[in-house]
Ligand binder design. Structure first.
Ligand code: DAK
Length: 259
């Protein structure tokens, strides 16, 4: 049974909640292990067409990796911890359906790295984001040095990592780190609205689109075009492509079967 991760599936949307509010949802080894199990289970649930990840309580999404747990780690243990986090965040990046992080309060260090392994991010106006690892004598260890650069560009990613400063939600929006900023009261409903819009589409084609668009940043233009045209042709083996185009031509709403 999972204690630190709550999960439920409703109307095609999986809600994952990191449930350690007393420690501002800091990520320790147990949270990461339960997260990995949760993702494994959700991956098998074919009704899931969008995932929302949030932190419990009203203060934090995730305030980072657990500093108490990390403090006395040997270099070998630190490597194992880093590998565990990288594996979980890679699973999220490559999860077969779109993922949305709802950032309520602090998203620091490993919390910011978790948010940027999701496809999209919605922040509440009290959100504070940053990568303060340098102030603790370490560097980001869950893929941040790779993904942050991809999301906000080299110079600004380096500024954030080199200074460790926290940024408010409006600056994160301006820098493209989050998709939008809403009030704390609206955060869940905005997340649900976005997830529902996605879940309404063809699940099978959405998975193809997610995979192709996620891989693009790592590929040359030539490789990117090649996987796009291969994936485009795969869409034509789905029932939903036939339904989508028939529905358009018959001037009706498509009824996707997600296959
Ligand atoms: N870890 C453990 N506990 C944490 C925590 C964290 N990251 N953040 C907060 N807490 C705990 C606090 O210790 C406190 O616990 P109690 O004292 O009540 O037992 C409780 O949460 C509430 O926190 P505060 O009392 O501090 O609350 P405030 O509102 O005053 O301040 C704060 C909120 C977010 C500004 C502050 O808590 C804070 O600065 N927290 C630390 C933020 C931080 O530095 N995050 C980055 C962590 S480092 C790697 C693998 C991974 C990583 C790096 C390398 N390798 C293995 C290579 C990743 C590193 C990080 O994420």
């Amino acid at each position: 049974m999972s204690e630190l991760i709550n999960a439920k599936v409703q109307n095609g949307i999986a809600w994952i909640e990191i449930n350690r509010p007393k420690a501002l949802n800091a990520l320790n080894f147990q949270v990461l292990s339960e997260f990995a199990n949760c993702l494994d289970n959700l991956k098998k649930d074919k009704s899931v067409r969008a995932v929302i990840i949030k932190g419990a309580g009203d203060k934090a999404f995730v305030a980072g990796a657990d500093i108490g747990e990390m403090k006395d780690m040997s270099p070998k243990e630190a490597k194992e911890f880093s590998k565990k986090g990288q594996e979980v965040f890679m699973e999220i990046e490559n999860f077969p359906v779109p993922t949305i992080a709802l950032i309520n309060g602090y998203a620091l260090g490993g919390g910011c790295e978790l948010a940027i392994s999701c496809d999209m991010r919605i922040a509440s106006d009290n959100a504070r984001l940053g990568t303060p690892e340098i102030t603790l004598g370490v560097i980001p260890g869950f893929g941040g040095t790779k993904r942050l650069t991809r999301v906000v560009g080299d110079a600004f990613a380096k500024e954030l990592m080199f200074t460790g400063r926290m940024m408010k939600a409006d600056e994160a929006l301006e820098r493209g780190l989050v998709n939008r900023v809403v009030s704390g009261e609206e955060l869940e409903s905005e997340g649900e609205k976005l997830a529902s819009e996605i879940a309404d589409k063809s699940g099978v084609v959405m998975s193809i689109l997610k995979e192709v668009s996620t891989k693009q940043s790592e590929l040359t233009a030539e490789q990117g075009m090649l996987i796009e045209s291969s994936a485009f042709s795969v869409c034509f083996s789905t029932e939903d492509q036939t339904e989508g185009m028939n529905a358009f031509l018959s001037k009706r709403k498509p009824e996707f079967k997600h296959q």
